[in-house]
Write a new protein. Structure first.
Length: 215
């Protein structure tokens, strides 16, 4: 298919693993210049090499996005090297199991920073470029905001925030012809999901029960 992305500079946070890697690979196949953003250099370089081997145009930034200054540095670096930003995919995050019973103030706030705050910061720092190019923002979210999961208050709250920000930005940025959408992910068998399944006493039985309830 042709998504009209040829030579468009698109940032993907958490673009080196799981859902983010899949997004990066598809964007590259569509001709975009993908900027893979991740915090673990080994994983990022592996993802970048994979995309290069497939003939894709790709660059990368190493950053811990819970640090607002890192978000600002990443965006400034991309602008300096590529002169443009056409799209932002906010994807980085982790279902970290910060529960109501077992959590704390510090754990809850850290979960919000890991899963929500950098969505705002990355969009904030990309905004001038997105306005210039009438670009797009895609926020990756989770069903936990709508259905609950149990035992993951921080992550659920962060995803509720992602959904709210998507609607808010769609309204605020409409005059600039910037499209803002969210993709609500249900079950997705990423490496992180696989590790989560293995925490149960009978992981195969648990996974079978989940699969049986997927329409």
């Amino acid at each position: 298919m042709d998504l009209e992305l040829k030579d468009k500079v698109i940032l993907v946070t958490g673009g080196d693993k799981g859902i983010g890697l899949g997004i990066s690979q598809v964007l590259a196949k569509e001709g975009a210049k993908v900027i893979v953003i991740g915090r673990t250099e080994k994983d990022v370089l592996t993802a970048v090499q994979d995309i290069k081997d497939q003939g894709g145009a790709v660059d990368y930034e190493i950053a811990e996005l819970t640090d607002p200054k890192a978000c600002e540095r990443v965006v400034a670096s991309v602008i300096e090297k590529h002169q443009n930003i056409h799209g932002l995919v906010n994807n980085a995050g982790v279902n970290d199991g910060v529960s109501l019973a077992g959590g704390s103030y510090d754990k809850f706030i850290h979960s919000i920073h890991k899963n929500l705050t950098h969505y705002y910061m990355m969009a904030h720092f990309c905004l001038d470029e997105l306005k210039k190019n009438q670009g797009a923002i895609v926020n990756i979210s989770s069903k936990t905001a709508a259905t609950g999961q149990g035992g993951t208050s921080g992550y659920a709250a962060a995803n509720g925030g992602r959904n709210a920000l998507t609607r808010e930005w769609a309204v605020e940025l409409l005059p600039f012809k910037i499209r803002v959408n969210a993709i609500i992910v249900a079950e997705s068998f990423t490496p992180l999901y696989k590790r989560w399944i293995q925490t149960f006493p009978n992981p195969e039985e648990k996974l079978k029960g989940i699969i049986e309830n997927i329409p």
